[in-house]
Ligand binder design. Structure first.
Ligand code: PNS
Length: 158
């Protein structure tokens, strides 16, 4: 069975990476899907940069690939014959945010969303919090994969 892990991943964190790896151990194939418009710079990293970073840190996972999508998630999954979404849940706030999306996606296409509980080591990590800490010179090593730590430092030194 094939699954998609969707998200903005601006940038990918250790928490995301843990979910990708665990999803890849449960499903035959996993696509990490970076969502957004590649022609619109809306985050710190472009869609291509986010994809390259995810490819670099998941290179050792043979059943995982990386793609992007600028439309409705269910259009991607229907076009590719994918019947599972996988998301991480850190807190009840994530649950409140994810529940209507999971129900809407199921209503639109019948797709099921599978939730993996975030490892407690990564429960407080988010891309936005890491960016804020890094922007003001704080240490984000261990919270982001090493190549991502370097890429974020590089961005904020420009
Ligand atoms: O990393 P994020 O921002 O929490 O990811 C949310 C994401 C990208 C999964 C969600 O916004 C999404 O599915 N976007 C694609 C457009 C879409 O299908 N929207 C309707 C969702 S019910």
């Amino acid at each position: 069975m094939k699954a998609v892990c969707p998200g903005s991943f601006d940038p990918v964190t250790m928490g995301h990476l843990d979910i990708f790896r665990r999803a890849a151990s449960h499903f035959d194939e996993v696509v990490v899907l970076v969502t957004g418009n590649p022609n619109k710079q809306s985050g710190l990293f472009t869609i291509d940069e986010r994809m390259d970073l995810i490819r670099e840190v998941t290179a050792d996972v043979p059943n995982l690939s990386v793609d992007w999508w600028g439309g409705l998630l269910v259009d991607y999954t229907s076009e590719h014959g994918i019947s599972a979404l996988v998301k991480g849940l850190r807190t009840a706030l994530d649950y409140e945010y994810e529940l209507p999306m999971a129900q809407m996606n199921r209503r639109l296409s019948g797709i099921d969303t599978f939730f993996l509980l975030t490892d407690e080591k990564y429960g407080y990590i988010s891309s936005s919090l890491c960016k804020e800490v890094a922007k003001y010179g704080g240490d984000v090593s261990g919270l982001l994969p090493d190549p991502v730590v370097d890429a974020v430092k590089e961005k904020y030194s420009q």
